[in-house]
Design a protein around this ligand. Sequence first.
Ligand SMILES: Cc1cc2nc3c(=O)[nH]c(=O)nc-3n(C[C@H](O)[C@H](O)[C@H](O)COP(=O)(O)OP(=O)(O)OC[C@H]3O[C@@H](n4cnc5c(N)ncnc54)[C@H](O)[C@@H]3O)c2cc1C
Length: 345
Amino acid sequence: MRSCDVLIVGGGPAGSSAAWQLRRAGADVLVLDRERFPRLKLCAGWITPEVVRDLEIDLEAYPHRLLTFPRLRVHWGRLQVPIPCVQHSIRRFEFDAWLLERSGAPFEQHNVRHIAADGAGFVVDDAFRCRWLVGAGGTRCPVYRTLFRDLNPRASELQIVTLEHEFQYDWRDCDCHLWFFEEGLPGYSWYVPKENGWLNVGVGGIAERMKRSGQDIRAHWAHLAATLEGRLAPGARYEPTGYSYYLRGRVEVVRRDNAFITGDAAGLATRDLGEGIGPAVRSGLRAAQAITDGKSYRLDHVSSASVMSIGRSMLGRAAGAGVFSGRSPRVPGGGPAHGLRHRDQ
Ligand SMILES: Cc1cc2nc3c(=O)[nH]c(=O)nc-3n(C[C@H](O)[C@H](O)[C@H](O)COP(=O)(O)OP(=O)(O)OC[C@H]3O[C@@H](n4cnc5c(N)ncnc54)[C@H](O)[C@@H]3O)c2cc1C
């Protein structure tokens, strides 16, 4: 049986952030994930300046695709409003693998099935023993299922359903576009260009409300595809894939003895825009600090609304406070695609 002080289940942003912080404090950590990295993760890959700051990422040195948006283009009916604020796009396929590698933590590919308390610690699948256990396994995290589900049942009215596709496309419009409540969608759809010829488009909405009003997410997808065909992505061919996750509700218990839940495992995506990377990173860092410094693990500083972060960025730009810390595209426009691709897996 392999032993370590801290076992992290899940190597996404929550798990790799916790691992990075723990390794910096010299802790004995092991990360388990059922997938081999780089792995596919359905996600638009929009990240905020807070994520960059929390993870101390040097944008110029980041070795993969990263595009900085000086504005968001928000569409609401016939209105189109440019929101001047700094945001970035990355590809999760690249970003997650890079974060995990950067953490310096040992990694093992393993699908966690069984977790048992063992004295002051835990035994996982009769193969791993640890004192501390960090649940960072996303929506279906086994740590959440085994130790926290009874304490924090997920609220069905906060479940989001999504359809999205990320593909190579020589885009021309380098802004991020968001369409709210189109055709009665209880959510929004997006167009998120990535550096060097990749594009992510998708639709997300609250599952229960869609069901109640007889809406089908595929009809919303067709509407988005028609909108994109007009100007933003003419000739694009789609193979959308679906996924669901939970917006932040009442998360009562995030620590139980020496076990923690973080990121999507705790259901921390923001209520307004379903932003989950920032909350995953912040909660992973906080869980790690609770282990290394004995701090209490609370979610006060894990934002539940993206609009706050966007507002801060807008104010910073208006005040000329140097908040525009972006990276210029290395190739103008969509440009040729290169680097890691899905099919390299
Ligand atoms: C279509 C879509 C678009 C999105 N767009 C954005 C966006 O643009 N910006 C944003 O901020 N958020 C976005 N989100 C939300 C965001 O993707 C998640 O909130 C974020 O990935 C949460 O990170 P995490 O580390 O908690 O979980 P994950 O990234 O899901 O990582 C969990 C890891 O745990 C592993 N795992 C699961 N079960 C096991 C097991 N039994 N054993 C071992 N390993 C296991 C998985 O393989 C995975 O690697 C989007 C979500 C969707 C579905």
